[in-house]
Design a protein around this ligand. Structure first.
Ligand SMILES: *Cc1c(COP(=O)(O)O)cnc(C)c1O
Length: 634
């Protein structure tokens, strides 16, 4: 049976994590289907790459598919709308996008624009984020939610927003924020909209569990909520408390936590409402997960529920508690960030080389006075293919290599024999790996051979800049080649970046059963470029990266679909990443002074007659060009 694009789709689980946004065309190219449900608009990612290469754009690059972003905003808002209609729920949905997930102006502007019909709003967690949010033009009914710890300036900025007639909600994270808020509101003569963040009893398991439970960093305990409300009433601000907020963590992979949290919060909401607190919004925070590995499980890179299930859970849990307590249904707010932003961007990088275990190619032909161990290995090599007793062959070849190494240490094996032994060892291992591929029940030892033989594909990118969570918390992100998907990928690989850090590698990939340590890729061909994409980097990864080894931000291309264009797309703009000079500047170097100093040294060599003047000028020009150039490999 020959390999088909369906085989590739299944192998890389594209339909599982892709949410319909990705597929493979009949030429074996990975494609983007930015408009879910419209299979006529398809963008072959390699065509975008080729166009950018033609424009001499430096890779690696972040590609942003704005249509995916818009579609995510629509899907979320529509899902809430449908859940509300289906349940005959009494409130409306006013979602907000928390910009910390991806603060790029173009990203936030696209989200704002797509969210306009839904009165979709924004959430800020710091002064800088709030300043960004206040500069954007959102609908008058849309909410601006201010979370995070707040100093006077943060509170003033929020109140400026209120003066601008925006619906800014100041969420109180900590009781000490109340007095300054009221003081500043008095000074600036505005009535703030106040939200209260409740510390939740339910504790989500997983990576962000610290956001909930008794020891959470944020939020008010029940007694703090009651004293805060009493204080606000006493000061004449009781009518300003409109929103109850909670957030128990990001990437809630089990729907159970959503159920528990919404039930608990709805009960608090209802009881406060019955005490006369004029609440009208219940904000369920973030946490809506993304199925990075496509396994549809409660594993931490996955989720065991769909978007529709999530919105139904939120709506129905809150509805049933409020009905029971006989209070009006609140308007619903969610702060889903990851689920909005993750799918729209990817990092495209070129595989620039292979670090392989089986490139040993020393001539292993027999010579007269070679050591018996070498002769023995050669005999074993001839046998492997016949006997099909792979376990025995594996045991014996491992033993041979040990003996040869010991012999070498003792001085009885020559360097040439060691080179032969190494070469034959890897050849035999490969023969075993090929032999067991079709076998069902093989031992653990033999299963590991594939991993031992795995090649490292060296890619022009920095993990620390482009996929921080892969390094920090073993987040699995899909990695797929852009082309050749009509061919079986026969190399099992790990992926190494170009930083000088041995942690700069990816060795967690999507597997059939959970994760696997290698990803199948195609053998590299001489003279042919091979690009791979790291997908779903739009939430957090794009903006959290650091400058390890001084690799800076990547160039970015903003891609839009256009059904009338033969390629179905156009690149609206390419945003320059950070140059070497800019990165150095952040580290307190002065690129101009650096270039001057280098020039001075070279001039001195020219004067001393060690460098020809023309050559000297060229060297200085090169240094300056590199300062202005990319931090990545050209
Ligand atoms: C981070 C954060 C969010 C976003 O969470 P996602 O899981 O990405 O949707 C929402 N609200 C608050 C308070 C947060 O801290």
């Amino acid at each position: 049976m020959s390999w088909t694009v369906e085989d590739s789709e299944a192998l890389y689980r594209i339909n599982r994590w892709g949410e319909g946004y990705f597929g493979v065309d009949d030429k074996g190219r990975l494609q983007v289907l930015p408009v879910v449900g419209n299979r006529n608009v398809t963008i072959a990612i390699q065509e975008v790459v080729d166009e950018l290469l033609q424009q001499n754009v430096q890779f690696p690059i972040v590609l942003r598919f704005h249509d995916i972003l818009r579609n995510r905003v629509q899907e979320l808002n529509q899902a809430f709308g449908e859940a509300i209609a289906e349940a005959s729920y009494g409130g409306r949905y006013f979602g907000v996008y928390p910009i910390k997930v991806n603060q790029m102006r173009e990203v936030v502007e696209e989200i704002v624009d797509a969210g306009r019909p839904f009165n979709y709003g924004l959430e800020a967690g710091s002064k800088a984020e709030l300043m960004a949010v206040l500069s954007l033009d959102i609908e008058p009914e849309s909410l601006i939610i201010c979370n995070g710890y707040k100093d006077d300036d943060f509170l003033r900025l929020a109140l400026i927003g209120t003066k601008m007639r925006r619906k800014v909600v100041v969420v109180i994270e900590k009781t000490s924020e109340i007095a300054p808020l009221l003081r500043l509101a008095g000074e600036m003569q505005v009535r703030p909209i106040i939200g209260l963040r409740t510390k939740m009893r339910v504790k989500a398991e997983g990576r962000w569990s610290e956001s909930s439970g008794e020891h959470a960093k944020f939020g008010l305990t029940t007694s703090e909520i009651l004293t805060t409300i009493a204080y606000l009433e006493e000061k004449g601000y009781g009518d300003c408390v409109q929103l109850l907020h909670f957030h128990i963590g990001s990437q809630l992979s089990d729907i159970r936590y959503v159920d528990d949290a919404t039930q608990e919060a709805a009960r608090i909401y209802a009881r406060l409402k019955k005490r006369g607190v004029p609440l009208i919004y219940l904000d369920v925070g973030g946490g809506l997960a993304v199925d990075y590995d496509g396994s549809r499980t409660s594993g931490h890179s996955s989720m065991n529920y769909s978007l529709a299930e999530y919105t139904r859970a939120v709506v129905q849990n809150i509805q049933s508690v409020c009905d029971y307590e006989e209070v009006a249904h609140p308007n619903l707010v969610s702060e889903s960030g990851r689920a909005i932003a993750a799918h729209h961007s990817c990092v495209i990088m070129k595989v620039i080389g292979e670090i392989s275990r089986n490139t040993n190619s020393f001539d292993t032909a027999a010579i007269d006075d070679e050591h018996d161990l070498i002769t023995g290995m050669r005999a074993l090599q001839a046998e492997v293919l016949d006997v099909e007793n792979y376990q025995e062959a594996y045991n014996r070849v491992s033993r041979y290599l040990d003996d040869v190494l010991n012999g070498f240490k003792l001085g009885i094996i020559r360097l040439e024999d060691l080179a032969k032994a190494e070469t034959m060892y890897w050849q035999i291992m490969r023969a075993i790996a090929d032999g067991i591929r079709s076998k069902e029940d093989v031992s653990e030892d033999l299963r590991d051979i594939d991993e031992i033989l795995a090649s490292q594909y060296l890619c022009n990118f920095s993990l620390f800049q482009s996929a921080a969570d892969t390094w920090a918390i073993d987040q699995v992100l899909p990695l797929v080649p852009l082309t050749r998907l009509t061919e079986e990928p026969t190399r099992n690989c790990t992926v190494a970046d170009i930083t000088c850090d041995s942690d700069g590698k990816i060795d967690h990939f999507i597997g059939e059963h959970g994760t696997r340590s290698t990803v199948p890729l195609h053998p590299l061909r001489a003279g042919e470029d091979y690009y791979v994409g790291l997908f779903m980097t739009g939430a957090y990864q794009d903006v959290m990266g650091d400058m390890h080894n001084l690799f800076g931000r990547l160039n970015e291309a903003h891609v839009f679909c256009d059904d009338d264009d033969p390629t179905d797309f156009y690149v609206e703009e390419v945003i320059q990443g950070t140059s070497a000079g800019q990165v150095l500047n952040i580290m307190q170097y002065n690129p101009t002074a650096m270039a001057e100093r280098v020039k001075k040294s070279i001039d001195a060599e020219v004067r001393a007659g060690n460098i020809r003047p023309r050559e000297g000028v060229g060297l200085v020009d090169l240094y300056e060009a590199c300062l202005n150039g990319s931090t990545y490999l050209r």
